[in-house]
Design a protein around this ligand. Structure first.
Ligand SMILES: [Zn+2]
Length: 114
């Protein structure tokens, strides 16, 4: 799916939560089970700046929820239990310090282009 959602607002998230092992380009090498409501309604402006409200479900809803979280400063690891987060802490600290390998180019906060 390739879509543009300008100034998105999450209108509602409903339905049964379902789990999926999510990953993220921002956190290389980490995949964890994340539970999210199945259905969403998103209000956004399309590429012609026309305001639309649209319902999504399943994997499409999940991708939008994941990306929407980024706008709110939330990573998928923030959805994990305290215990899971504790287990990941060392790994996440190493990633934040740039001690990580990925098969795509990475930039770290506070550093220039590399
Ligand atoms: Zn992500």
């Amino acid at each position: 799916m390739k879509r543009a959602f300008i100034n998105p607002v999450m209108v509602s998230e409903t339905g049964e939560e379902w789990g999926f092992e999510e990953g993220c380009l921002s956190i290389p090498g980490v995949r964890e089970m994340v539970y999210r409501p199945a259905n969403i309604v998103l209000r956004y402006e399309d590429e012609n700046r026309v305001v639309r409200e649209e319902a999504f479900s399943g994997m499409t809803a999940r991708v939008i929820q994941h990306e929407y979280d980024h706008l709110e400063g939330i990573l998928f690891t923030d959805h994990l239990s305290g215990f899971k987060k504790q287990l990941l802490k060392g790994k996440l600290t190493r990633i934040s310090k740039g001690d990580v390998k990925a098969d795509y180019r990475l930039r770290f906060a506070g550093q220039g282009r590399r």
